[in-house]
Design a protein around this ligand. Structure first.
Ligand code: ADE
Length: 247
């Protein structure tokens, strides 16, 4: 999958590319992340990308032409991409959107700055995405969040079993995890994890995931539509545990 980010701060994206799972996926040829400097698509000597708003008002507006010039360049080079504009006005990004975007072959992310972008740029934008209800100084962090979360759903980027089991995939938060040593300052690893009984461990983990989700994210729990056998067994365990604790 090819991600292309259009920004006036391409170094932010270049730095992001150097670390962790994203760097590994690039090295393995599974994803491509390209940063394009919007200023390279200007035609004036000073490479100006913003201008005063028609009608007056505070702040500057990003000019439309550099985006159109970028788009024409891109069409010629790679063909038609799916184009996202990062903006606080967009639909809130979530795991489902990440999965949906991971189906695209070519994703272009336009990063806004200043007070906004000339409305005519919307002609080349397929969707507007926000990463949360707060205002960033620019869309670059949002672009990195989108690339990071989306690339995890591109086959081969991370272990597929772990994607399936992780938070949100079954509308539950992750269960707690432990590693060596078995005892730290008299705090012990739950005995069941050392039992070697895989079904019991699975039920215990699911029960802990349910507890955590109900307490921390009841909204997520309410969204959960399907309850498989392990879910049901873990609810039985949970009720038993509660009754035992109350006695
Ligand atoms: N640009 C500024 N704020 C943003 C946000 N919350 N999400 C995406 N892009 C943004």
């Amino acid at each position: 999958m090819r991600f292309s980010v259009v920004t006036i701060f391409p170094d932010m994206i270049e730095s992001f590319k150097k670390f962790g799972v994203v760097a590994q996926a690039i090295a393995n040829g599974i994803i491509e992340v390209n940063a394009y400097n919007l200023r390279d698509f200007t035609t004036d000597k000073h490479r100006v990308v913003d201008d005063y708003p028609f009608g007056g008002g505070p702040g500057m507006v990003m000019k439309a032409e550099p985006f159109f010039r970028f788009y024409d360049f891109y069409l010629e080079k790679f063909g038609k991409p799916h184009v996202v504009l990062t903006t606080p006005q967009g639909r809130i990004f979530d795991n489902e959107k990440a999965m949906e975007l991971a189906q695209k072959e070519d994703l272009v992310i336009l990063c806004g700055r200043y007070e906004g972008i000339d409305e005519r740029v919307m002609e080349i934008v397929d969707e507007e995405i926000s990463i949360g209800d707060y205002v960033l100084t620019g869309g670059e962090l949002a672009a990195m969040v989108i690339i990071d979360a989306t690339s995890r759903f591109v086959p081969g980027v991370v272990d597929e079993e772990s994607v399936k089991k992780e938070s949100f995939m079954n509308d539950l938060l992750d269960h707690p995890v432990y590693t060596r040593p078995r005892s730290i300052q008299k705090k012990e690893v739950p005995e069941i994890l050392l039992s070697g009984d895989h079904e019991k461990i699975e039920i215990w983990r699911r029960k802990e995931a349910m507890k955590k989700t109900i307490l921390k994210r009841p909204d997520l729990f309410l969204k959960k539509e399907s309850f498989d056998r392990i879910d049901k067994l873990s609810i039985i365990e949970l009720v038993r545990e509660l009754i035992k604790d109350a006695q």
